[in-house]
Every structure is written in C-alpha cells, then in structure tokens.
Design a protein around this ligand. Structure first.
Ligand SMILES: Cc1cc2nc3c(=O)[nH]c(=O)nc-3n(C[C@H](O)[C@H](O)[C@H](O)COP(=O)(O)O)c2cc1C
Length: 367
C-alpha cells in the first residue's frame, strides 16, 4: 500500500509487487531507435541500461508485440526468438548492476505506416480515422494513411500477441511488463472517443471502449501475475491527435477497473509541455490517487523539487524521469548530492550510434 506521509521522499524505499526498490526515482520508457531494423536489441543497449541501473525501476523503451505493431525505425520487439535472445544481455546487465527492468509493451495502431507493415498493408486501428501528423520512415517523413478498422473477431488475436510478448519478456529476463496504454497508441485509440467510433463490444460506452485495455492487461496478468504488471495512461495527452468527450469519466472508469485487477502499478503522465501548447487540459495525478490502491507513478516535466513535493503530499508514490535520465545515467546520485546535471542533446534522442546514448558522463567515483 502507498504510504501517505510527509516523511516519504525520492530516496525512500518502495515495495512494488515482489520487488523492494531502493528509491522512487524511476527511469521513464524512452524510445531511442538503436535496435536493429528487425527489432533485435544490440549490445550497446546493455551498456545504456546498465549505466542507468541505479533507478528504483527501469521501464524499457516501448517494445513492439508483433510486426504489425511497429511504427518507428529501429525500435525493438519481443515477438521473435532472436529478439528474446538480444534482450537477455540487457536484462542481465541491469541485474548485474543491482537494478530491475520492466518491458514496456507497444502496439502503435494507426500511428504506423504501410512501409512498416508486412506486405505494405494499411495499419490497423479501432476506426478508420487517420492520425494527424507524419510518420518517420527510412525515406523521410510520410503522411499517415487512413487505417483499416479492425473486425471484431480480429481483436482477440492482438490480445494474444500481448500475451505472447509478455511471456517472451519473462523469457528474456525482464522483471515484469508495462502495458503502453498511453500517448495515442492502440489501447489509447480504443479507449478515447475521438479515435473509437465502433458500434460493437469494443466501442460506444466507456465500458466497451475500455474493453481492449482491460483485456490486454488481463493477458499480461495471465502470464506474469498481477504483481509484475503495470499500465501507463495519459489522461491529459493530446499527442497523436487524441481527445475524449469526458476524460474524467473515461479514465476514472478504467483506473477503477485496473485497480480491481490488482496490478502492481499505475503510471499516469500529466500533460507534457507539448500537450499544453496544443491546448491540453492538465489532469493532475492527484485526481486519480483515490482510485488506485497500489503504486502510483507520475511523470512529465518533473524537476527534483517538484517530485519531492508530489511525494511528500502523497499525490504519487514514485516519479518517472525521461529526458533527465537520458542525459544523466547516475540521476539518483546527482539528486542525492545536489550535483549539477548534464544537459540533454535532443538531436541525438532518436539518432543512431553511441553518441548521445552511452557517452553522457557519470560523476567521477571520488568527487
Ligand atoms: C526521446 C523520448 C522517447 C520517448 N519514448 C517513449 C516510449 O517509448 N514510451 C513511452 O511511454 N513514453 C515515451 N516518451 C515519453 C516519456 O516516457 C516521458 O513521458 C516524457 O519524456 C516526459 O517526461 P520527462 O519530462 O521526465 O522527460 C518518450 C520521450 C522522449 C523524450
């Protein structure tokens, strides 16, 4: 159970499922596009994650559950044996350094492009509504086509892909899995009314729109146990053309249901700066605190001070840091010592190679 107390801070230990975490400074899931084109992790990724193993918990970069789930170049997967084998040195390296790592499981749905799809097919989605913006493809940015709406009887096969990917994650040595239920990707496309105009059991009422999310979560639980499963949600997010007719009702429902499933954590991002610029309303994580009994992680734009305030107020139990962890492999130590932070270089976030990936310096061991 989360502890509401002004004694709690980022350095307080935390129980998450079966794991005793040494701190509440989590590494947010961060796509870095360094895997092989076939989604197999490369050895450099073991170095990258090991450098960051002092995080209370690492959430891996989004990792595709199937070839149809892919929508970005050089992102890793967890559907093939070669990918499972490629992840093993990564999870081993994190464990050898005393850390823990959950795999974030991803299906981008309509955010993809035929160039990523088997046989150049259209990407699939709840409804045939195009995602605004462009997809990064190896031949430059391309507008996204109108996706193909999934038939009702196709949905269980995608849920099965989540289940298999979760089983593969455990085989690859991950400590658990996080459903990427946020940021306008497939589960979020089902959940929110702007992208779901279905009239079958996966559309219409909030209960029906939440069904995909909850079925996917149940599939992960069937493999990993609820104590090794978490879900990420972005109620304030407008990225990838998202909106909802009644966000508080929609997200309160899905959070209550996730709570009943007994998952180990819920990861709720607040509005990102880019969301606010695009007119988003921020729903503070505290709005949802009363609805979820176990570990509540929050994220997006947190400084050390803001994170400490949220924890001391009991608004959340842990904070996931994204950009700060890209640039500062030893972020917990820097926070503890009030040391200066390295500046991130956004031009290398999605580039290739070691630069901007594994060459951010840690503090020297004898300051
Ligand atoms: C380079 C980059 C890659 C990201 N990739 C993912 C991802 O794979 N999965 C995900 O859920 N969020 C992803 N995000 C969002 C982050 O997890 C996080 O929500 C965001 O960076 C805001 O947190 P921060 O201000 O601490 O960076 C990404 C963000 C960045 C900057």
């Amino acid at each position: 159970m989360p502890i509401l107390s002004d004694m709690i801070d980022l350095f307080s230990p935390l129980e998450l499922g079966p794991y005793a975490l040494p701190n509440r400074i989590f590494m947010a899931p961060l796509t870095r596009c360094r895997a092989r084109p076939d989604g197999v992790p490369v050895p450099m990724m073991a170095t990258y994650y090991q450098q960051r193993a002092t995080a209370g918990l690492i959430l891996s970069e989004a990792t595709c559950i199937a070839p149809e789930a892919v929508g970005y170049p050089n992102v890793p997967g967890l559907w093939s044996d070669a990918q499972v084998t490629g992840w093993r040195p990564v999870t081993d390296a994190v464990h050898a350094a005393g850390g823990r790592i959950f795999a974030q499981l991803w299906h981008v749905g309509r955010v993809s492009h035929p160039c990523y799809q088997p046989n150049g097919a259209l990407p699939v989605a709840p409804s045939a509504i195009a995602c605004p913006g462009k997809t990064h493809t190896p031949s430059g940015d391309q507008p996204r086509p109108v996706p193909r709406a999934l038939e009702t009887d196709e949905v269980p096969a995608i849920i099965e892909q989540y289940r298999r990917a979760a089983a593969n994650a455990l085989s690859a040595g991950f400590d658990g899995v996080e459903l990427h239920g946020a940021n306008g990707y497939l589960p979020d496309q089902f959940l929110r009314s702007a992208t779901n105009q279905r009239t079958d059991r996966y559309g219409g009422s909030i209960e029906n729109r939440a069904r995909f999310h909850l079925d996917a979560t149940r599939a992960l639980i069937a493999v990993c146990g609820a104590e090794r499963v978490g879900v990420k949600l972005s109620p304030s997010g407008v990225f990838n053309g998202m909106s909802d007719a009644d966000p508080i009702a929609t997200f309160s429902y899905v959070i209550r249901e996730l709570n009943k499933l007994g998952i180990a954590f819920l990861h709720v991002t607040e509005a990102m700066e880019s969301d606010i610029k695009h007119g988003a309303t921020n729903f503070p994580v505290a709005t949802f605190r009363p609805l979820f009994d176990r570990v509540l992680i929050t994220n997006a734009g947190f400084s050390f001070e803001k994170a400490q305030r949220y924890l001391s107020e009991g608004a959340a139990d842990a904070v996931a840091f994204g950009v700060l962890f890209i640039a500062n492999p030893d972020l917990p130590r820097r926070f503890r010592e009030d040391a200066p932070l390295n500046q991130p270089d956004p031009t290398t976030f999605y580039s290739s190679g070691a630069h901007g990936y594994i060459d951010y310096p840690a503090l020297s061991s004898n300051p």
